[in-house]
Write a protein that binds this ligand. Sequence first.
Ligand code: ADP
Ligand code: ZN
Ligand code: ZN
Length: 661
Amino acid sequence: MDAAIAKVQPLASARTVRGPFDYELSGPLRQTVDVGSLLLVPFGGRQLLGVVVALAQHSEVDAHRLLQPVRELNLSVPADLVALSDWIAAEYCSTVARSLRLVLPPAITRGQRNGRPRALKAQRPTHESVGVLRGRPETLTEDQACVLAQLRSAMRSRAPQQILLHGVTGSGKTEVYLQATSEALASGRGAIVLVPEISLTPQTTSRFIARFGETVAVMHSQLKPSERREEWRRLRTGQARICVGPRSAVFAPIDSLGLIVLDEEHDASYKHEGDPRYDAREVAAMRASTSGALLIAGSATPRPESMHAMSVLRLSSRVDGRSLPPVRVLDMRGHSGRLHPRSVEALAKTRQAQGKAIVLLNRRGWSSFLSCRACGRVWLCPECDVALVLHRAARRLSCHHCGHSAPVPQRCDCGSSTLARHGLGTERLAHDLDAVLGDALRFPVFRLDADTARAGGAEVLSEFERARAGILVGTQMVAKGHDFSDVALGIVLDADATLRFPDFRAEERTFALIAQLAGRVGRGGDGEVLVQTIDPGARAIQHAAAHDSDGFIAGELARRRALRYPPYSHLIRVICGSESAEQASGACAALARQLTSLRQEGTTILGPASLAKLRGRQRSAIVLKASERRRAVQAVERVLLELSRSRAHEGVSFAVDVDPQ
Ligand code: ADP
Ligand code: ZN
Ligand code: ZN
């Protein structure tokens, strides 16, 4: 400290504002301002919040033109997070200002309220309320002990390392995370535990709170801003040393970090969809490596990328010693019904035996689209090129891309009132199963998808858990890491639906979906999984049925190597959007031309290709396949800056997605 000049990045959202800018420090500010300090600074006639990214004794700016900060806030961001946001801006083709917003204290513009947050108290079970089954087990399994010994020695060496914990579902990975966290605390260091979605995986969070109490801070999107702010403050002051939360918890202000855990590392929610489009798994790896922390990525269905890049430790059997449930593939070709006779029979048996079943259909709503029987019209979203989905209870047709919704029409513009519903969604499936098998008291049917989760996904899960028997119907949400003790049957409908997505990760997703559902079944008893498909020979389905994760990943890596997909390249997608399709494709073509003229070695450009309209914007995109990511991102950034300044492409927006999901 005691510097004359603060280099400040003002938090302006415009892409064209590049910083940092010099401000003169005088009087007491010289003693207090440091890297990470938050200052209110005059900027372009306004006052903006800014972050000090460096200090200096001299400035290149004329002394009489140097401005002074208006005031300093009594909060600051850790210096290592300032450096991390710089890396994020460069890596994901964003701006430093947008990246710095990720590491700011929550609700920075609001007043700070005091006192313990209310929701958190409710969220924080005591040892008693959690029960002693959930406490520290007396002995570890042999596998667990062996893995932990290696993790401990990795942590003691303090050399940054990345370890993939490939453990079958129910093999006790969470216990390993808990004990590794103890190790970090014992050596005076902190830990970050990233989980996919807290509202759907409350068990992991509860187990951390039960074990470590007040030392855990929970970052939860459903907390009030003041509560998030309080959790942030407890971490910043060192009162709390463990942060459990979804992807944004990777920015938790923890000093001397010893461990970052990525639970269910295959989960797509680790990728952020707004600018900067960061991937929390990569940010975690970067943060772990700069702070000398150990990174543990755990999953029963790890990504081929992680298998390729990390050292692998295994937990190959379930804690309870039970084997994984048999998975049977049911060929739906030639079957007109929604359920295979074998599925109908298995559900009826489950009902008779008063057991529990989970039925997964990865499509929500009542039916996927509506058409007029007379003229053939299909109801489409006016803003996007997709069919509107019928939601019967809400009596709306909704777009699953932009959220547009309209009342269900009674008749078509052609005068006909015979409208046909096509395709099955979870709302209808739950309704139909309830009509045939349901019994509110003895065999209730529950539904979990984005629609019911809005009203409380955790409640649906805990009601199903508490019920003595019944069916849980839902989208991929039902296959997250829930630890149900007594589900005997799992059924996947339309298992190849995810395979039909034009995406090189389609197979990986399909494999994970089936394997993860199988993971919820047969814990504490016998179980069986039925997979309905019209593509029974599909590689992903066959490997999932054989519980052969290694075989699947080996094949997947070979395929990706041949096609030069990640991890053997990086993909960078640039989407040009405009009100006019010509404008969008024109800008995209110019972009492709300019990038081609740079002749970057190891970079191929695919496209331009037009994409479906989204939110009223016509879109066109290119994809770069690059061996060197940073260099390709820099090239894209340079070309985009030029294009966005040129008159010819006015009104065109550019979105860059590095390693899109
Ligand atoms: P995973 O995260 O691999 O799916 P969990 O950590 O949820 O598995 O463990 C499955 C169940 O086994 C949990 O109920 C957990 O409390 C219990 N468990 C974990 N380790 C042990 C152990 N060493 N002894 C007894 N029970 C254990
Ligand atoms: Zn019609
Ligand atoms: Zn739409």
